[in-house]
Design a protein around this ligand. Structure first.
Ligand code: PMP
Length: 429
């Protein structure tokens, strides 16, 4: 057991002044049976240090953005420059033009782009723009996918294959949930049923083209193509939420990797290099709905701020040296193989869904293709796995639905050390 005195102390203080002691519910250890969240105070490369001085190999990567690892020199330089030359002007800047151009070169379907401050804002605005463009109000989303915390997307499935939503949070009126239809991912029949029933009221479908929010789940062959085809047949738009996936698996969007092109795209996480950012974009005639050109309003005091934008440029410049993705894939494959090996050795049923440097370990004996599959995996065993890893100085997200993320900073030695730790944890599960 690691010494956690300081984390314990900060947590007690935090509980007094910050609601629930955390600034995002996923940081509490509720999904792993409770306990004191670890408080961190330093990070470098693939490592983080908690307030008691314990070192961890970081596979959380801040839920995705930290693909360069912590404190990459190019990123430090970019952010320092911004600190010296101005972090916020409230005006147009050259960097936002450069950055939008870089993004469009990598994700050409984003013909026109707008920067915002978070993934939540990006997705929220794509929906508004799609509604403005189509003159319709309903949206379809896939069960278990997370698209930020705006009202429309915090709506969960009811019972049945294609259902009108139920609010997934207090404070969201049923009238808003009535605008959302939820269907299981990777189930084209359910999707087609939903369109048959509500197709002519649908403004857009919201898709994580590779799911990141009930673990890493790839679309079945042909699924996204068929979603595109059916959606367009009913005059609705396809929105890809690439907040997690863009620049995660290769230099570009999942849409470019899979060669299926949406009408609009939302970005966040990696494109800010660890600073707050979001972006949305899409076909020119759709984006021309946005103010000042069109009637759909969206604005932001912090939008396009030089600090986030310059951090984003630095991040993409590093990532565009494309061998990094091969390296993360190589190390990811070793982790996958080693974790499977240890699980088998000690008789634990696990399934790993991996793509490049991102993967999820599910405690189950069935494949995971949709949310129900992920939901029915062993929550308690995962919780013991998480806590065992934490005691070994391996940091992953405290939820069975999240991914491990490699960064370009992880080394062969980190992988070897991790696999030894995993083996010890599996031996005691
Ligand atoms: N979309 C997806 C796919 C996400 O994973 C997230 C965050 N986990 C969001 C949107 C929301 O992004 P943010 O937390 O930056 O608001």
């Amino acid at each position: 057991e690691l010494n956690r005195e300081q984390s314990e102390r900060y947590y007690q203080e935090a509980l007094d002044v910050i609601v629930g002691g955390v600034n995002s519910p996923s940081r509490s250890y509720k999904a792993v049976g409770g306990g004191t969240p670890t408080f961190f105070a330093k990070a470098k490369g693939p490592y983080m240090w908690d307030v008691d001085g314990n070192r961890y190999i970081d596979y959380l990567a801040a839920y995705g953005p930290l693909i360069l690892g912590h404190g990459h020199p190019k990123l430090v330089e970019a952010i320092s420059q911004a600190a010296m030359e101005g972090t916020l002007y409230g005006t147009s800047t050259p960097w936002e033009v450069q950055f939008a151009t870089m993004i469009r070169e990598a994700i050409p379907s984003m013909e026109k782009i707008r920067f915002v401050n978070s993934g939540t804002e990006a997705v929220m605005t794509t929906i508004r723009v799609a509604r403005a463009f189509t003159g319709r109000t309903k949206i379809i989303k896939f069960e278990g996918c997370y698209h930020g915390h705006s009202d429309l997307v915090l709506v969960a499935a009811g019972s049945g294959p294609a259902t009108l939503g139920i609010p997934d949070s207090a404070g969201i009126p049923q009238s808003i949930a009535n605008e959302v239809i939820t269907v299981p991912f990777n189930n084209i029949e359910a999707y087609e049923d939903a369109l048959k029933k509500w197709g002519h009221e649908i403004a857009a479908v919201l898709v994580e083209p590779i799911v990141g929010n009930f673990g890493i789940v790839k679309p079945k062959p042909g699924f996204l193509e068929k979603v595109n085809e059916l959606t367009h047949q009913y005059g609705a738009l396809v929105i890809y939420d690439e907040v997690i996936t863009a620049f995660r698996f290769h230099y570009g969007g999942a849409q470019n990797l899979l060669d299926v092109i949406p009408d609009m795209t939302a970005l966040g996480k990696i494109i800010g290099g660890g600073l707050p950012i979001g972006a949305y974009g899409g076909r020119k005639e759709i984006m021309e709905q946005v103010a000042p050109l069109g009637p759909a309003y969206q604005a932001g005091t912090m939008a396009g701020n030089p600090a986030s934008i310059r951090a984003g440029i630095a991040t993409l410049e590093v990532l565009s040296e494309r061998h990094w993705y091969a390296q993360m894939d190589h190390l990811g494959a070793q982790l996958e193989e080693g974790i499977l090996h240890s699980a088998k050795k000690y008789g634990h049923n696990i399934v790993i869904n991996r793509l490049g440097g991102g993967f999820t370990v599910y405690f189950t004996n069935h494949t995971v293709e949709n949310y129900q599959d992920a939901k029915t995996t062993d929550t308690e065993k995962f919780a013991r796995f998480f806590k065992g890893l934490l005691d070994e100085g391996i940091l992953i997200a405290p939820s069975k639905y999240e991914a491990w993320f490699l960064t370009i900073a992880h080394t062969q030695k980190d992988i070897d050390d991790t696999l030894q730790a995993v083996d010890r944890v599996m031996s005691k599960l």
